[in-house]
Design a protein around this ligand. Structure first.
Ligand code: PHE
Length: 443
């Protein structure tokens, strides 16, 4: 097996560095762009509650399993599954799914991230001020259908991502997570303080936390489950890869709890920032993907100081996306380093360029974009996540699993519970999402 020795692979310099980098991977467009609009589309409170249940009962147990595979082997995704299951084992395909997902998700994700970057520029240059709702709607449609602008935004975003990944684990990924994540939190709290002053805050709060059971549909339950994979970066080896740079003594369970808490907290905060703004401005919230790019600028255009708020918001969105794109690229880069013995530089340039090329069709048309988004979130991530759960729960030996779980952990007593959930509950729940994705609706 080429490469993959612990020495020279890079490790997180600090414990908090790992948490911030992994939380940076988790917190992204999924939290700030997608979660608020799917919450709105699914009627609020009850959906949020189910989503929280999915994070705790499905996402968190799988995250622990993924980080465990990475940490115990100190290898990236394909090499790690090979080491634990033996040469030629079918389980290695889980590693391949991860690398493939890294390429495919990043190829369309970078397009949306490019739009976010574009909106930073628009807000700084005052393009929203004095615009009517129709004009702002047309402006987004123009951007998202003008292939040239989308390609340019995507390319700039990919170039920044590649530059940071080139720096390596400690000097690139960790350093930037330590800078960007606190800034992101500060911006979010600043925007929250502003939303608190708006008259729509009370209604927004009741919308997100009030339990309206009658609004919940079967499709909503499954959407919540699917989103919990995406938002926690599970099922594609991102957490596995970051886990492979983790110190032997680090507490995997405690770290996973912290990452899941940060991710969930930020998704909820994003709702409490966005909904008061749209509620106060009296704008339709269930607008789908246009919530952030259309409704919000409409509201900002009506507000005093809206230009500054818009700049802060879209910068926040771009930062959140950046710490996620870094982790997706790292899955591909670490694969080439470990499996083919490439230097980080070559691995980053080649995979980054390939992903940018694959992204072009997503920038050019909605059909390809939707195909990529649906295929990865509805099929590849559930398969990858389910496979990882089955692998750790049924395939690896109890010794390895238990040692990894209890090493340095305050949560050692939960070992039996975690294993039970991973063995039985997770396969059934994920199985349902998967059936829905291939068109079989149980609900
Ligand atoms: N979790 C990221 C988000 O919510 C997306 C992501 C998926 C990142 C898979 C890495 C791997 O935006």
């Amino acid at each position: 097996m080429a490469g993959g020795d612990v020495k020279g692979r890079g490790t997180w310099a600090t414990g908090i560095g790992f948490i911030l980098a992994a939380a940076g991977s988790a917190v992204g467009l999924g939290n700030i762009w997608r979660f608020p609009y799917i919450t709105a589309e699914n009627g609020g409170g009850a959906f949020v509650l189910i989503y929280l249940g999915c994070i705790v009962l499905v996402g968190l147990p799988i995250m622990i399993a993924e980080i465990m595979i990475g940490r115990s082997t100190q290898k990236s995704t394909v090499s790690a599954f090979r080491e634990l299951s033996g040469k030629g084992s079918p389980w290695i395909s889980l590693g391949w799914i991860g690398v493939l997902c890294g390429f495919l998700i990043l190829s369309y994700y970078a397009v949306v991230a490019g739009w976010a970057l574009h909106y930073v520029w628009r807000s700084i240059s005052g393009a929203f001020t004095g615009q009517s709702a129709d004009q702002l709607q047309a402006a987004f449609e123009q951007l998202s259908t003008d292939g040239g602008q989308s390609i340019l935004g995507m390319m700039i975003f990919m170039a920044i991502t590649m530059a940071l990944v080139l720096g390596g684990v400690e000097k690139g990924i960790e350093r930037w997570a330590r800078i960007l994540m606190p800034v992101l939190l500060l911006m979010l709290v600043g925007l929250l303080l502003h939303s608190l002053t708006l008259s729509g805050f009370g209604d927004a709060f009741r919308f997100v936390f009030g339990f309206h059971a009658d609004d919940l549909t079967g499709a909503g339950v499954l959407e919540a489950l699917g989103h919990s994979f995406f938002t926690l970066s599970l099922g594609m080896g991102a957490m596995l890869t970051y886990g492979s740079y983790l110190h032997r003594k680090a507490d995997i369970v405690g770290n996973s709890v912290a990452i899941a808490l940060l991710d969930t907290g930020i998704a909820l905060l994003a709702c409490l920032v966005l909904f008061p703004i749209t509620f106060t401005a009296g704008i339709e919230t269930a607008q789908g993907p246009g919530l952030v790019f259309i409704s919000l600028p409409i509201a900002f255009a009506k507000m005093a100081g809206g230009g500054i708020l818009a700049t802060v918001f879209f910068a926040l969105l771009s930062f959140a996306a950046l710490t996620s794109t870094i982790s997706m690229l790292e899955v591909a880069v670490s694969y080439f380093i470990d499996e083919h013995g490439w230097k980080r530089r070559k691995a980053t340039l080649v995979s980054g360029a390939a992903i940018t090329l694959i992204g072009i069709p997503s920038a050019l048309g909605r059909n390809w974009f939707d195909l990529m988004a649906d295929f990865t979130s509805n099929i590849l991530l559930p398969v990858g996540g389910l496979g990882t759960a089955l692998f750790i729960a049924w395939k690896v030996g109890d010794r390895l699993r238990r040692d990894e779980f209890i090493a340095g952990s305050r949560f050692a007593t939960f070992y039996g519970l975690w294993l039970g959930v991973l063995r039985f509950f997770v396969p059934i729940a994920v199985g349902l999402v998967f059936l829905k994705a291939i068109g079989i609706n149980i609900f």
